[in-house]
Structures are given as C-alpha cells and as structure tokens.
Design a protein around this ligand. Structure first.
Ligand code: NAI
Length: 334
C-alpha cells in the first residue's frame, strides 16, 4: 500500500540529514509520497508563523511525519515548534529507545532501555506568572487522565515488545500529591499487565543507578520534566543525541518521528552531519507503518556500515561525508 508521509526537513543540518534518510528509505523500495513543509525559523520568513496551518493539516491527514531539527527563533512570543506540534496534535507519548550501536564510542555496553515520557503536562504546561515583582509561580499540572494514558502506553509497549519490566520514575516523597498521583495511576495500570514486572524509583536515585548500571533498566515511565532530562542522560550512555531515535505519538496512530539533536549550525551546509539519529527515527516510523522488513533491512545495513568502520562521519571518528555515509548504507541494503 502506498504511504504518504509529511516531511519537515527543518533547519541547519536538517535538510542534509533528511535528504540522506529519504534516499535510504526510498532505496528499500518503499512506495512513498512525501509532502514537504517548512517550520520554525524558515517558515517564519515565508508563512509569517513558525507552525503553518497546512503543515498541521498534512500531519492530521497523513497521520505520520518525519521531522528534522528545527531552529526556534530567539525572542519573546516564539514558542518551540516541537512543543507546538505536540500540543496541536496531542502527541502525548514521547518514545525514546536507547541502545548501543556498533562502533559508536560510549561508556557502557549492554544498554537496551526505552524511555516513555508523558508529553503534554507537568511543569511544561507553560503556566507561569509573576505573583509580585521578584516572585514567579510555575504550575506543575498532573492529571489522572494523562497519567493513566501514558501508563497504559508504557505497559502496552512492554507487552507488545516482549519487555519484562516497567519502572515508574517520580519524586513522590516530596511532591506527594502530583507525583503521588502519577505513580498511583502507574500502580493501578500495572495490575492489568501481570506479565510485566512493575517497580518504582525516585528520580535522583534512578539517575545514579543509570550511570552506574544502566543495564538494569528496561521500560522507564516518566512525567514530562524528568523524562526530558533523563532521556538525554540515557542518550549520553550510548554515544549522545546523534545516535538515538525519538517518536512523539498520539491517539489513532498519529506519529511524528524526529531527530532529537539540534540544527548543528557549526557544521550546517558542509555535508558532514551524521544522519544516524534521523535514520533510526525513520526505522521507528517504518515499524509504526508495519513495514518491518524494510526497517530490518535498514538496521542490518546501518550495523554493517558502522561495524566495517570505513565510511563513518567525522563525529564518529571517520572522514566520510553525509552523502558517502548514506550511499554506503544504500549499497549495503542489498
Ligand atoms: P546541536 O545538537 O545542534 O549541536 C550540539 C553539537 O552536536 C554541535 O557541535 C553539533 O555540531 C553536534 N551535532 C548535533 N547533531 C549532529 C549530527 N547529526 N551530526 C554531527 N554532529 C552533530 O545543539 P545546539 O547547538 O544547542 O542547538 C542549535 C540549534 O538547534 C538551536 O537553534 C536549537 O534551538 C535547535 N535545537 C532543535 C532541536 C529540535 O528541533 N529537536 C533540539 C535541540 C536544539
């Protein structure tokens, strides 16, 4: 069946890594039509807004988007495009699988965990105000509905992917009501998934355990703020933001698959960016589209090129261009 996918190349290195990934995905023979859009700083120049309405309509229609990094213009009044997309499309689940890739230098081996982050509320609800000059208040919103929804997502993910354990991360010893409600919802949900072990960790202790023995974690379930911080920490365990994928998922199969690194202005336009993060996100996207064979082929080709070590981009210690790296993967697809 042909797929129509919304494509947001983004800014900086975004168009370069997106071009590379589109090339690789198309080389698998996927029957695909891309609907390209600008967002962020580049859309502001052409559309007068960072998040054009026709882009949102395209994602709502196609249900699936692949997104490069986006520069949010600096200045008052510009909210992050990433946050805007999540809100507009109710992309409530942020999924970040984290595992070691061959030839990618990292402190640990044997890391294989999945971050499930609640994406819509918590301190990121954006409810801040000045109480009196010199005093600001920022509201942490935790609801039973959103906590139950993300807990269900985490346990469903664990069940569908044969994962053994879900660990809820919290600070309920201090934030007894808000984080208390979050773990209450996780506990209640765990009763419906008896084949998946459930445990809880306080966020600070979890961070220490992650940087000592990350292999003990499987699926991690976190509210928004801890999820944002801990997911980058976890990327650092396996080589950084250039080698981990991400997906933002909503109801009825809507998904925005993205690179989590930034626009890398220092290397933009020089054909030396590493497209691995966006490629891994495209692999998640293909699995979401039930194109597992093509996803598997890309993973085998990427693994081969990384293991061979002859065509690596500079961030991985090689001298190859983005174009050469992606061409090597295409050739390894067989
Ligand atoms: P950055 O991730 O763009 O760069 C940090 C360092 O990592 C740089 O040295 C860069 O060259 C390197 N790097 C990043 N991705 C790479 C890749 N694929 N291959 C090789 N090297 C790579 O972070 P920075 O400098 O803090 O942010 C720059 C811009 O990106 C800002 O405008 C920021 O708002 C935006 N940004 C966008 C994000 C998104 O759309 N998801 C996420 C983070 C930042």
């Amino acid at each position: 069946m042909p797929h129509t996918i919304t494509l947001i190349p983004g800014d900086g290195i975004g168009p370069e890594v997106t071009r590379a990934v589109v090339h690789i995905v198309e080389a698998t023979g996927l029957d695909v039509r891309w609907e390209g859009f600008t967002a962020g700083a580049s859309a502001l120049e052409t559309h007068g807004t960072t998040l054009p309405g026709d882009l949102l309509e395209s994602i709502q229609r196609n249900k699936v988007a692949l997104k490069g990094p986006i520069a949010t213009p600096i200045g008052e009044g510009f909210t992050s495009v990433n946050v805007g997309l999540r809100k507009a499309l109710d992309l409530y689940a942020n999924l970040r699988p984290v595992w070691n890739l061959p030839s990618v230098p990292s402190r640990f081996t044997g890391v294989d965990l999945v971050i499930v982050r609640e994406n819509t509320e918590d301190l990121y609800a954006g409810l801040e105000h000045v109480v009196v000059p010199g005093v600001v208040e920022s509201l942490k919103i935790i609801t039973e509905a959103a906590s139950t929804r993300i807990a269900r997502f985490a346990f469903e993910y664990a069940r569908r992917h044969g994962r053994k354990q879900v660990t809820a991360i919290h600070k309920a010893n201090i934030m007894k009501l808000s984080d208390g409600l979050f773990i209450d919802c996780a506990r209640r949900m765990s009763k419906q998934y008896t084949e998946v072990q459930y445990d809880e960790r306080i966020v600070d202790a979890a961070c220490m355990h992650l940087v000592m023995r990350p292999e003990q974690f499987d699926v991690m379930l976190l509210p928004n703020l801890y999820g944002d911080i801990v997911s980058d920490l976890c990327a650092g365990l396996v080589g950084g933001l250039g080698v981990v994928p991400a997906a933002n998922l909503g109801e009825r199969g809507v998904g925005v698959f993205e690179a989590v690194h930034g626009t890398a202005p220092d290397i933009a336009g020089r054909d030396r960016a590493n497209p691995t993060a966006l490629l891994l996100s495209a692999v998640l996207m293909l699995r979401h589209l039930r194109e597992d064979d093509r996803a598997d082929r890309i993973m085998r080709a990427l693994t081969f090129v990384l293991q061979q070590g002859q065509t690596l981009t500079p961030d991985l210690g090689g001298k190859a261009s983005t174009t050469a790296f992606s061409q090597a993967i295409v050739e390894a697809l067989g």
